[in-house]
Structure formats: C-alpha cells, structure tokens
Design a protein around this ligand. Structure first.
Ligand SMILES: NC(=O)c1ccc[n+]([C@@H]2O[C@H](COP(=O)([O-])OP(=O)(O)OC[C@H]3O[C@@H](n4cnc5c(N)ncnc54)[C@H](OP(=O)(O)O)[C@@H]3O)[C@@H](O)[C@H]2O)c1
Length: 429
C-alpha cells in the first residue's frame, strides 16, 4: 500500500459534509485498504467558522474555500455546499488545480453538467456524483457502468422523499395536502419553504441527470416537463383507489416507441397498486428501470439524509481515489446518441379525467364524441348523479398529451360540462 496519503478537501460540512468527515475518520483504515493508500482530510470549508463541529480539528476549518481548492496538493475535492455558486466556480477551479471532484449537487449538475464534464475531461480529472440522485441508492453507476451494454428504454422513479411522504400520508390517512405537508414539516421531512420539493423542481433536476445518462443524450433542466403535486386532493386519492391505484410524484424518462427521441417529465400520476413503486412508503425513494436485455430492475432505499447520502459520496471518493492511483479516469459524459428531446405533447400515456356534468340524457354521448373526434379512445366511464348534476370519470387508452389537451379544451366548451375537476395521468401499466 502507498503510504503517502491522498488529500481530500471537503467543501461544506452540513448535513452531508459532517457525515462524510465522520465516515472518513472512523473508517480510515478500511478506506485506505480498499483504495490502496490512506486518505487524509486536508481542509474543510464552511461559512460559519465558529460553529462547533464534532470530530473536525479546528485547524482544518476555513472560510476560504477558494484558497483550499487552489492549494495545489489536493487530490480530490468533495463539494457538498449545494446551489449554483460558489459551487460551480469551486469545482472548475478544482479541475484547473489538478483535483478530481465528487459532488452531491443535483441542481448544479442538472444545469451545468455538460460544461462541468467538459472541464473535467480537459484536465484529465474525474467528476462523480452518485449522491446527486436518490441519496444512498446506487443509480448513476449502475446506469453508467453496469447497464452500459444494455439499452435503457424507461426510467420511472420516486426521487423525492418529501413528496412521497406527503402523498403516502394522504393515501393512508385520507388527509388533505396541507395537513400532510404540515406533518411532514413538523417531522423534519419538509423544509420551511417546501417549494423545491412540492413543485417538482428537485425531482426535475434528478430526471434531467438520469435521462442524460440513461439515453446517452444531453438533457437540460429546461427539457424536463414539470408539474408539482400541490393540487392533488383527497378526492383524487379516492378516485385512484376506486381503480386500484395510488398517486405518486414520478420522474419519468422515456424513449419514444420508435426510439427516435426521448422525453423527461415530473408530475403526479396514478400508478396501479400492483406496480412495485406503489409500495414505496414514507420518505423512501425507488427507481424502476426498464431495458432491452435486463427487463425490469428496481433500485430502492433512503433517498436523503446525512449518513445515507454520505455513503454514496464515500463510494465515489473510493472510486475516484482508485482511479487516481492508477493514473486513470473513470467514464465521463456519454452523450454520443444526441437524441432529440421531445416536449410533453409527444408523451403517450393513459389519463383519468373527472368531469362535472349536467345530469341529463345525451351528455355521455356528447362527451364520448369529443374524445373520439380527438382520437382519444375511452377505456372505461363511470357516472354518478345527484340533484341534476353528475360526475363523470373517464379513463382513456394510451393517447398523446397533445390529443388529450385538445380533448379537454373541447370538453370545457360544452354547455353540459360544468367543469373539469381533475386530470391525472395513469402510469406504470
Ligand atoms: N441533505 C440531504 O439529505 C441531501 C441528499 C442528497 C443530496 N444532497 C446535496 O448535498 C449538498 C449539501 O446538502 P446539505 O443538506 O449537507 O446542506 P447544508 O446542511 O446546508 O450544508 C451546506 C454546507 O455548506 C457550507 N457552505 C455554505 N456556503 C458556503 C460557502 N460559500 N463556502 C463554504 N462553505 C459554505 C455550510 O457552512 P456552515 O456549516 O457554516 O453553514 C454547510 O456546512 C447539496 O447539494 C444537496 O442538494 C443533500
């Protein structure tokens, strides 16, 4: 074993960073044996130097992350600050100064992944980010390496624990959205400002990263269609139950049926209770991958939290250190397929539509005609009437989102349709 240690600069020592430092210290001997050289924590950059940080020698702590990265003797920079700046500049500076980088920063990678990969390649360095998607769950490396000989057609995932906790609460207790969110906040599953989670921004960043790797195609954050889950109601869950489904906020990355393009989207969707993703409870994450040769694979586990996320960071750290000792780099960006990324209109799926209609003869026929005129074939219809008003629940066969959009627009114009109470996609069949 080499005795000269590999030097690691830790940028950020919060929820994730403090666990990275703890594991590096407590598992130092095992890590050294697995890597083939000891790893030394050379410095820890933070914002508030006076904060007590258990197990971190005070002399390692600095507020000058740039100086730490520019020391010139750092082998690996672990970026767990988060956000776009200063993380982006620190990572590119790390490459310029000869270091490889491990990051957990989904927001940055979804936005600037291509440029960061190019910077890593220019400097013969590694950029690893297993922790950026679904915390502890091995996903990036399985997609990038284990499935490199297969053809991935679909990635369907619950990649945000906060939203899964809220939807699971609504499902199991009949609670409304606000009540379930309040509980998630009280238990520490939701942040004081939950926008990034409940509006699907966090999941969209992960979808962009996953789609890019799965389809060997650059998928930008802007390419991901995003809908949040704040408008999911207890009534939606009742409808889902009536058709043997539950509701999940899903990140869905798909190859088109003709294989010529891909799509990436995040939205709430009904999913059959028989689908493995339906049984993912609480704040857990799971990602279901469908590929030509392997068939169906499911990756499941804790998608966040200090120690689980640090597990993924440490796995990357070991891999990057091994590469460094071998004078090699691991796989970089693979975007050779360069498939066009289509918009939501081209997505083909099934829909569950609830309409408030007048309870009188001929309404059903009128509604069915509108569906037929737009090429959307109906699978089932359920009607319930009371006091001259009725609700009509239509479940369609597979149709394009564009066709469904046209259907709904036309339905709204019918005198007999009082309103479109909800539209939900049905996935996982
Ligand atoms: N938390 C999770 O469960 C989880 C899961 C997956 C991925 N991630 C990702 O991991 C990253 C870190 O998340 P986290 O939850 O650990 O965040 P956090 O608890 O807020 O920690 C951020 C750390 O960065 C430090 N920091 C902030 N600005 C800085 C600056 N300008 N220079 C130097 N240090 C600075 C903070 O210093 P102070 O300690 O002095 O405030 C803190 O130590 C993010 O990219 C996040 O998306 C987190």
């Amino acid at each position: 074993m080499r005795t000269r240690p590999l030097k690691v600069a830790l940028l950020g020592c919060g929820v994730v960073g403090s666990e990275v430092a703890r594991i590096m210290t407590t598992h130092a001997d095992d890590l050294a044996a697995r890597i083939g050289a000891p790893v030394e924590l050379a410095g820890v950059a933070v914002r508030r130097p006076s904060k007590v940080r258990e197990g971190i020698p005070a002399e390692l702590v600095t507020t000058d992350a740039t100086a730490l990265v520019k020391r010139g003797d750092i082998d690996v920079v672990v970026e767990v600050i988060g956000g776009i700046e200063p993380a982006r500049t620190l990572i590119t500076t790390a490459f310029e100064y000869g270091a490889s980088v491990v990051s957990a920063n989904k927001a940055l990678l979804a936005q600037d992944g291509a440029a960061l990969h190019a910077a890593a390649e220019d400097h013969d360095a590694d950029l690893y980010y297993e922790a950026a998607v679904a915390g502890a769950i091995p996903l990036i490396r399985p997609l990038r390496e284990s499935l490199a000989g297969d053809k991935v057609n679909r990635v369907l995932g619950i990649v945000n624990g906060t939203t899964n906790f809220i939807l699971d609460k609504m499902d199991s207790t009949g609670a409304g959205y606000q009540e379930a969110l309040d509980e998630a906040t009280a238990l520490g599953y939701a942040e004081a400002d939950p926008t990034a989670d409940v509006e699907g921004f966090d999941a969209a960043a992960k979808a962009a990263i996953l789609a890019g790797i799965a389809f060997h195609t650059r998928v930008r954050l802007d390419d991901v269609h995003r809908e949040g889950m704040t408008e999911v109601t207890a009534a939606d869950f009742a409808s889902a139950k009536a058709m043997g489904c539950t509701i999940k906020l899903l990140a869905i990355c798909e190859r088109a049926e003709d294989g010529a393009s891909v799509t990436a989207r995040v939205h709430p969707a009904m999913i059959p209770l028989t689908h493995p993703l339906a049984s993912v409870r609480g704040a857990y994450n799971a990602v279901f991958v469908e590929s030509d040769a392997s068939g169906q694979l499911m990756f499941y586990g804790p998608g966040a939290g200090g120690a689980p996320t640090a597990s993924a960071v440490l796995g990357d750290l070991v891999a990057v250190c091994r590469n460094r000792l071998n004078g090699a780099t691991g796989p970089g960006e693979s975007a050779y397929a360069a498939l066009p990324v289509s918009g939501m209109g081209d997505v083909v799926t099934r829909y569950h539509i609830s309409l408030d209609v007048a309870d009188k003869p001929g309404v059903l026929a009128q509604v069915a005609t509108v569906f037929a005129e737009h090429g959307v074939s109906i699978d089932t219809v359920r009607q319930q009437g009371k006091d001259g008003e009725a609700s009509l629940v239509v479940v369609t066969h597979r149709a394009s989102d564009a066709a469904l959009g046209g259907t709904v627009e036309a339905l709204r114009k019918l005198d007999t349709v009082r309103g479109v109470a909800s539209i939900m996609r049905v996935e996982g069949e």
